[in-house]
Design a protein. Sequence first.
Length: 324
Amino acid sequence: MIRLMERTSEEIIGHLYDELPGDWPDLLLETAAASTFESVVNMAVNNKQREMLLTAYRVRLDGFGSACITHLNDLSLRKQHADRHMHQQRMESLGRLAGGIAHDFNNILTIIRGNALVLRNDDKLEKHQKSVSESIIKATQKGAAMINRLLTFSKPQPFTPYPVDLTSLIEETLSLVSHADWENVTVVSEMEPDMPAIQGEPNRLSQVLVNLFVNGRDAMPEGGTLTVKVRRRNFLTPSELPQAGVEPGTYICVEVCDTGIGMAEDIIDRIFEPFFTTKSTGKGTGLGLPNVHSIIKQHSGWIEVESTVGVGSTFTLYIPAIME
């Protein structure tokens, strides 16, 4: 209660009810009049509006009149947890489906590629026929690469983590991807100094960064600014964590912000689903962000997305830091 009122215990205990902040005096008066009271109220907690279920009842104290006992249940937090649980279940179901499709498709590609290899090596074929068989082989190789990305999402392969300097990895990846196609994009990096390392696998983390950087560029067809921020964030207790299933501690926070076209809420809800893409046909497989989500989860972290249509998007990664 004291935390919700955003006051210290010294500022609350021992004061009269009408000295309490906000709507609390009126709520307590209603409780006193009715003996019990229950209502859904909107409250500001840490500068954010939260929906609370307020349950209060009056009890008599021998020789001391009566007191009001109040219980608050954060409905907003409960809804967030329910939404995350449903999203996790949906992603697991999609992962199982994607894995099954990948194996079946891989078997088909193996047969096609095998027959194409036989044709290519047949000395009786004419030159243009061998060229066609070579095209088939290259197409099956692209299909196999797509299957590997799909399998990464559906069943991530284990890896042996070791200390990684994430700041250096970000700088290296930015220098690799920001080439001629980025002429109308300004890249800004804001990185806190002396960042601790993380436990991870550099190749997979580089894959995550490439996906986010390229997606940010693609979201700005007319040009704009891509900002990459790196900072540390401390979560001291489980209640401070916005994600279930992760541990309190120090996290490295990586923000990738673009000034592009942005996304509507219904798009944000689906961007980590396999095969879902907002890009035109032939421009995207719909497997990039699902793999990003899977890899970050493998690193005991999570990813958050904020976006406004016409303003831009921000993807924020949280990965546990190594603390000595």
